[in-house]
Write a protein that binds this ligand. Sequence first.
Ligand code: ADP
Length: 334
Amino acid sequence: TRLVGGDADQDERTVEAALRPRTLAEFVGQERLREQLSLVLDAAKARGRSADHILLSGPPGLGKTTLAMIVAAEMGVPLRITSGPAIQHAGDLAAILSSVSEGDVLFFDEIHRMARPAEEMLYTAMEDFRVDVIVGKGPGATAIPLDLPHFTMVGATTRTGLLPGPLRDRFGFTGHLELYEPAELERVLVRSAGLLEVELRRDGSREIAGRSRGTPRIANRLLRRVRDFAEVRADSIISGAVARAALTVFAVDELGLDRLDRAVLTALCRNFAGGPVGLGTLAVAVGEERETVEEVAEPFLVRAGLLARTPRGRVATPAAWTHLGLAVPRDVAF
Ligand code: ADP
C-alpha cells in the first residue's frame, strides 16, 4: 500500500512509524551495537529470562526508540513507553511500574530528565524488582514493599554522563549510537523510498544523505519533502537535480545545518569573534540549555569540522566562517 504524505503532524508521525525497521537485521549501520545487542538478547532468550536493563545514548533521531521496539519484538514481549518529563513524582513512576507484566520491555525515553524524587524508587525497581510505597504522612508514614515482575528497562539519553552514577550502574549493558555516515544514510533512504513507493535515483539519495546531518530521522523527513516536490514540480522521480532543487526550496543548505546548528555558529562568530567561549555563555546567547547545545548541536558541528572544543572553550573553525558567508578573520583563534 502506498503511504500518502500530508503536512499534518499526525501524518508525519504515522509515516515515521511506518518507516521504522522492525528487526535488528533491518536496522541500518551501528554494526558493533547491533552485534552486542543481538548477543545480549540471544543469551537472555536461551536462558528463558528477561534481558538485562539496556541504556542507549546518542543524539536525537539516531534510532534509540526504534531499537527499544526491536528489543521488545525480538524478545516477543509488549513494549511500554514512558519518558523522563512524564515522571515528576515518585507516584507517577509507581503507576507505570505497577502496569508492567513479567518480561515486558519498559522504554524510558529522556531518562536524564526524570524528577529527582523518583530516582530512589527507580533504583530499587531496577535492582531488586521491588518498590516501597509510602502510605500516610509525617511520623506515621510507613513504607509498604511491593514486588514487581521482572522486566527489562531500555533507557534512552543523549549522553550517559547526564545520569547519576547509581542509575548508570543499574544498566547491565550500555550502547552508544554514533552519527551515521552518508553511505549508511543512503541505505536508510533506499529502504524508505521502497516503502513509500517512490523512485529514488542513486544521485538523488546521495544528495539527500549529504544534507541529513548524520541522522536517519532527518534523512527520512527530507526524503518526504523531496518527494512532495518531485510529485508536484517534476515527474515524481527523485534524481540528483530534483533533490537539489527541492532542498533549495526548503532552505536546507549543503551541510544540512538546522536552526540550532546555525544559531550556535552565528553566535560564535558574530557575538564572540569566533571564540574561544565557554559552553554556558554560548548556550545563553542562543537561548538554549547547555545540554541541548552540547548533546544535540555540537556532535554534528564537530564532525562537520565547523566547531572545535578546546580547553579554553568553543572555537569556530575557518570552515564555519566560510559556511556562514563571512570573511575568515586574520587573527582567528583556531
Ligand atoms: P531516537 O529515539 O534516537 O530519537 P528514533 O528511533 O525515533 O530515534 O528514529 C527516528 C526515525 O529514524 C525512525 O522513524 C526510523 O525510521 C529512522 N531510523 C533510525 N535509525 C535507523 C536505522 N538504523 N535504520 C533505518 N531507519 C532508522
